[in-house]
Design a protein around this ligand. Sequence first.
Ligand code: ACO
Length: 405
Amino acid sequence: DTIDAGIFAQLGLSILDPGYLATAVCRSSISYIDGDKGILRYRGYNIEDLAEHSTFLEVAYLLIFGDLPTREQLQTWNTRIMRHTFIHENLVDYLRSFRYDAHPMGMVTSALSAMSTFHPEASTALHGEAIYEDETMVNKQIFRCLGKVPTLAACAYRHRIGRPYNSPSNELGYTENFLYMLDRLSESNYLPNAKLARALDVIFILHADHELNCSTAAMRQMTSTGVDPFICLSGAAAALYGPSHGGANEAALKMLEEIGTVDNIAAFIEDVKNKKRKLMGFGHRVYKSYDPRAKILKKISEEVFAIMGRNHLIDVAVELERIALSDEYFIKRNLYPNVDFYSGIIYKAMGFPTDFFPVLFGIARTSGWLAHWHEQLQEPIPIFRPKQAYDGAAARKYVNIDDRV
Ligand code: ACO
């Protein structure tokens, strides 16, 4: 508070901080992480309590508006969001126009930016940023985004498997409706198994926000330009598409498949210790103890296997974790399972194709992205413009093309 950023700028005082690893670019009261103690809280509530007692939509409300909703507020919130699940027919046609094997994350990212053209009244480029001084206008976009993202994801999924798109069913819960549109994990008449729908709902809670991860930073960076939330979400989803961000659970799953059986773990661990391999799904920039989300996911995996049948990869994962956590190499480096260690096995057990994993992550993270958008509207930050440390050529004399060697 006491430091005037302008003085720093005048004095030219700045640090070289690649990837902003040591720079806080905003204040936020949305999520709190204590990486040493393995604590994650949304708006002050422990992730364990939210995963046990809340629904995903309730958590989305908490993240965006700061408090848990009353029963009445929750009912209105659920109804509003579920009323916005339908997408324009032309947007369905747009999704149909992709190649049969288009990556679902590419389709969803594109459809999110296309949404901007279907809701021009929300465009700051057309109407100015002042439109977001109106709370109704802000809330409308939140309902739209949360309502429509699962529908876009379901369209992308159905397109990939060459099946017709299913309209949303607004009487169902948020995650139930998503599974209904996919026609996945159905018991009868497209209606999903309630326990599996709840398991996925909890997984969405665990992935809803994680302070300034790369995609959320992208969301905030784009928000700082004043562009509409659909375009911002598209930018955030594009960042999530990157294998270092949204794709680590796929890498963890591939690693477990490659290890194959419990007998091969010891040799694999030796390769990791000899720096020939990395233990995917282990280690975290922030968590230097057990990622609290991984603990909950481990429990969920057992619940899912009880219904879907046990996948032998869970035995490999549990034994790998047991061996690693009792090995000096991993203990000394504070390497513990992260959120990606168990999520891939669960998604596989639920029958999702691997390239759909980041889409599932994106549906959940939309709530966090919107919470940061909302917070930034209330506490605007100047347009992001990080400095660079130029280390290129000094001034050079222009050389005509015939004289170049
Ligand atoms: N397997 C084996 N060794 C590891 C691993 C790992 N997964 N992660 C870190 N180490 C070792 C490093 O080799 C290094 O050893 P050294 O001191 O002998 O050189 C030491 O631990 C510290 O490593 P750093 O790279 O400094 O740790 P950092 O905290 O920067 O890395 C990261 C975090 C990038 C997540 C890393 O642990 C990793 O690559 N993990 C595997 C990929 C993964 O699971 N990513 C998902 C993260 S969660 C998310 O993004 C949603």
